[in-house]
Design a protein around this ligand. Structure first.
Ligand code: PEP
Ligand code: MN
Length: 339
């Protein structure tokens, strides 16, 4: 159920109503559309709830049904696409947000060099893992906090935003201290305790699609974060497991228009993990932009062959610069700005 507030209702009045609903054991989440507040009642309604009582509340204009499973991620609650403003840089508003950087933060020098090179070619966000989800426990697991410190300084030096993965609830506050966007990796897409906690960190969340997740699974995972009251979720398609074995994963480009139809959330593509093949990364980035993606996430390393992890899918700064040129040309055709 959606409570549509009267046009001149203030934020405080809407908040007061949400508190009142909580006393009635109803959970209300505030959203806004075209300058008007809406409250989605996401839990507590049963078949014998008397709906008329809500119409008696002075600030409520009308009641609309909320029938989709993904109540907050779906289009019923929000007809317009969400635009997430991250320290003045927007994702979802007709500009391609390019996130680039190494798979793993390896050293101070490596992350500074990468930041300088990707910033020069038009990246907006520096990526890099400090807590790595490695298939083998014997592989390098990431630098942890010191890596985050290096990345924070590198991003700041080049006016870049930053994104890094959180793998464990105990690390949420630590990672949030150093980066602008918190990433949930594919392997943790259905780690429900992590999803329930991470939304409360007050930072935008980049949620990667699980290796075998359907769109419904994916949107329900986003719903866990949105239900904490954090509206800033970015969906990332990063390839799924199929019968095909040539590429690391099968990159589902159709996820972009499909998720845009189903949800108001921004959708980005990760062609690096999506293919696992360096030469295929630029063409898949072009396909992502042509399909209307709101961003891309690409692994770049000053010496790609030397990268500690994911070397085979990591592109060089030169390849990245050339790719950005082509993206700018495609952006003009599809009316998406590429910096
Ligand atoms: C990553 O982006 O660093 C990563 C590990 O990706 P994924 O979770 O998609 O495998
Ligand atoms: Mn990687």
């Amino acid at each position: 159920m959606i409570l549509v507030m009267k046009e001149n209702t203030s934020h405080n009045q809407a908040d007061a109503l949400i508190e009142k609903l909580a006393w009635m054991n109803l959970q209300g989440i505030l959203t806004e559309e075209n300058g008007r507040y809406l409250i989605a009642i996401v839990s507590g309604i049963s078949s014998d709830t008397d709906l008329k009582q809500f119409l008696a509340i002075p600030f409520i204009d009308k009641i609309l049904p909320l029938t989709q499973k993904y109540k907050l991620a779906g289009r019923e609650i929000k007809k317009e696409r969400s635009v997430i403003n991250i320290h003045g840089k927007c994702i979802g508003g007709g500009t391609l947000m390019v996130m680039a950087g190494p798979c793993t933060i390896e050293s101070e020098e490596q992350i500074h060099k990468t930041a300088s090179l990707v910033a020069a070619s038009g990246a907006t966000v520096l990526r890099g893992g400090a807590f790595k989800p490695r298939t083998s426990p014997y592989d390098f697991q990431g630098l942890g906090e010191i890596g985050l410190k290096y990345m924070q300084a590198a991003a700041k030096n080049h006016q870049l935003l930053s994104v890094s993965e959180v793998m464990d609830t105990k690390d949420i506050d630590l990672v949030a201290e150093y980066v602008d966007i918190l990433q949930i990796g594919a392997r943790n897409m259905q780690n429900f305790s992590l999803l329930k906690q991470i939304g409360k960190a007050g930072k935008p969340i980049l949620l990667k699609r699980g290796l075998s997740a359907t769109y419904l699974d994916f949107l329900m995972a986003a719903e866990y974060i949105l239900q904490t009251g954090n509206p800033n979720v970015i969906l990332c398609e990063r390839g799924i497991r199929t019968f095909e074995t040539h590429a690391r994963n099968t990159l589902d480009i159709a996820a972009v228009p499909i998720l845009h139809e189903l949800s108001h959330l921004p959708v980005i593509i990760d062609p690096s993990h999506g293919t696992g093949i360096r030469s295929i990364v630029p063409p898949m980035a072009y396909a992502a932009l042509a399909a209307g993606a709101d961003g891309i996430m690409v692994e770049v390393h000053p010496e790609p062959d030397e990268a500690i992890s994911d070397a085979k899918q990591t592109i060089s700064p030169k390849m990245f610069a050339e790719m950005m040129e082509v993206l700018r040309a495609i952006g003009q055709v599809v009316n998406i700005q590429v910096e």
